[in-house]
Design a protein. Structure first.
Length: 342
């Protein structure tokens, strides 16, 4: 019997990606084309440039993925894999970028006579750890940290989520980017700030940790402002010390709240997800804290933390089984909310 696979497209921001995932947990092929070089000169993602780049890159990325996967649409010809659905990120993200992937996925689904599945980008991030560790024991707390979002999620299993808290202002990744830009560290800001912090003293500055022991919501705007005010008053402060102290404050808040959520919900472990989950200090601090408390840390490889289509395919697999196919009238929604617990 041939194994069912989902083909997925991810074009929510500045990565053009396609992937084929079997049975929701095994990556057969995954290709990502980054646009970092295109946006570096502007210090951030330019929506119009991102959209045009997706149009240029999607077909080559898709072709490479399909060649690597060797998928049959009907399980014929002795092929071990057959296509059961085409999924795409429908939001949140940049609307022009989203439209490229959504239109392409619908066209492929119609041409091949298979279901189309709309996937929430944030839901996709929850499956990154599952792809690399299918034996995850639920429930787990997911700490989803990216450039646009910071959420704590109680995940009881695929399709069963409850948002416990999220940022009230800047996301952690957004704060990283803004501070890196202010300090002149380069783009992308998160990796640049992490690199600068390696030579600094994380205890050099006493920076605020807003709402540290107050529930599960986050706030990073005040921390960002505190860095700016310190530089204005003490321009001679070493940049490495600033970066290290800022990073330490962010990681302290993220890890403390994730541990509190795990304790409150009786979780078996904590999963990291999202682009900021590639930060070495966050990965090491969370893993050490979990081990100390008898929790299982699920830390995806860095390639699974950043945007990719494999996580979208995995989410699409489970979404198809829970809710069936999405309508072909499903549109791109740049402000799509995280899916409510079912």
């Amino acid at each position: 019997m041939s194994e069912p696979v989902v083909l997925a497209l991810e074009t929510s921001c500045d990565e053009t990606a396609a992937a084929v995932v079997a049975s929701g947990t095994r990556v057969v092929a995954s290709v990502v084309s980054s646009q970092v070089d295109l946006h570096a000169r502007y210090g951030g993602v330019v929506p119009e440039i991102a959209g045009r780049a997706h149009l240029e890159r999607l077909l080559p990325v898709l072709s490479e993925t399909l060649r690597a996967a060797d998928v049959s649409r009907d399980g014929s010809g002795g092929c071990a894999l057959h296509l059961e659905a085409v999924a795409a990120t429908t939001g949140p993200g940049l609307v022009g970028s989203l439209l490229v992937g959504v239109a392409a996925a619908k066209s492929l689904a119609m041409a091949w006579g298979v279901p189309f599945v709309a996937v929430n980008h944030l839901e996709g991030h929850l499956y990154a750890a599952l792809l690399e560790d299918p034996a995850i024991e639920f429930p787990v707390i997911v700490l989803l940290v990216s450039g646009g979002h910071t959420l704590l999620i109680d995940m009881a299993g695929p399709g069963h989520y409850e948002v416990l808290g999220q940022t009230l202002d800047d996301a952690a990744g957004e704060a990283f980017d803004k501070v890196a830009r202010y300090l002149g560290l380069g783009y992308p800001g998160g990796p640049a700030l992490e690199a600068a912090a390696r030579g600094g003293d994380p205890t050099a500055l006493e920076l605020p940790r807003a709402m540290l022991n107050e529930g599960f919501a986050f706030s990073f705007s005040g921390l960002k402002t505190a860095v700016v005010r310190h530089v204005e008053r003490h321009p001679e402060t070493d940049t490495a010390d600033l970066a290290a102290s800022f990073q330490e404050a962010v990681v302290d808040v993220l890890v403390t709240k994730a541990l509190a959520a795990a304790s409150a919900r009786g979780a078996r472990g904590i999963c990291l997800a999202g682009g900021v989950a590639a930060n070495t200090h966050l990965r090491e601090a969370l893993a050490a804290a979990c081990t100390e408390r008898g929790l299982h840390p699920f830390v995806p490889t860095r390639s699974m933390c950043t945007d990719n289509a494999a996580m979208i395919a995995a989410a699409g697999h489970f979404r198809l089984r829970r809710d069936g196919a999405s309508g072909l009238d499903t549109g791109a929604d740049p402000n799509l909310a995280f899916p409510a617990r079912a």
